[in-house]
Design a protein around this ligand. Sequence first.
Ligand SMILES: [Zn+2]
Length: 299
Amino acid sequence: MLISMRQMLDRAKAEKYAVAAPNTFNVETVEAAFQAASELRAPIIIDCAGVHGIELIAELTRFYDRRYPEVPVALNLDHGSTYEEAILAIKAGFTSVMADRSTLPYEENVAQVKEIVQAAHAVGVSVEAELGHVGMGFEYNKTRDGGLTDPDEAVHFVRETNIDCLAVAVGTSHGSYQGEPRIEFDRLAVMRRRIDIPLVLHGGSGTGDENLRRAVETGIQKVNLFTDLSSKGIGFLRAYLGGERPEMDKTLTEDDGPAGEFDGDNRTINLCDAFAAGAKGYKEALKHYMVLFGSANKA
Ligand SMILES: [Zn+2]
């Protein structure tokens, strides 16, 4: 069932777990996210970056929402960068939008986020914003320290904007880390104590299970994921292309799929099964994190 992200994360906060928010970009990834959630009886946040097709992902989410009605799902615009993009997402049926103005000066961040909160709240859509800045892993050593969220500023930011959840920069990074991730748990704990709304961690991939477990325990309610899901998907795809596909072959018969020659013990490699192999890896990695975040059996 499609629900507001605020509602979903308020429960996560009360019960001390985090919801996984995988980036999705096509049929396979949206389906894999729903399947992972259904199999683990977990809530899920379908994260969609504008570049990956707001209307497409909205349609796909509605389709799988009907197919898996038992899954609590929120549909969130990831890193929305303009007012127009937020409105397009709301019109398309998103139940949450992120207004990322984290590279702007504080006052401009507040002003632009407030504008979106006003429009979104008018139609029951929740808003995520970011203060401080979670940068890119390839320049981690250069940008990490300067981007950290200031707790005093965060308290004011939440009060001034009336957002529903806040993405904080506590030492994580997007993509693969240059060097070792260093997470500021004390800073996170202070913000958790002083801020009432749910907190979001971007850059979950590569951060390490122990760091993520502790971040959730300290007070994170949503963890954004992409790179690790992608890498595991690529691993499964490589294995399939390399001829190691026992997990695929088990479920295949001569009647499966439009493509491929069946030769008794094996099949010709085909795109249909290749996509399925990639999606299976993505789903396995996602399920690992759902369990780690404590969201299994919270549907
Ligand atoms: Zn992000």
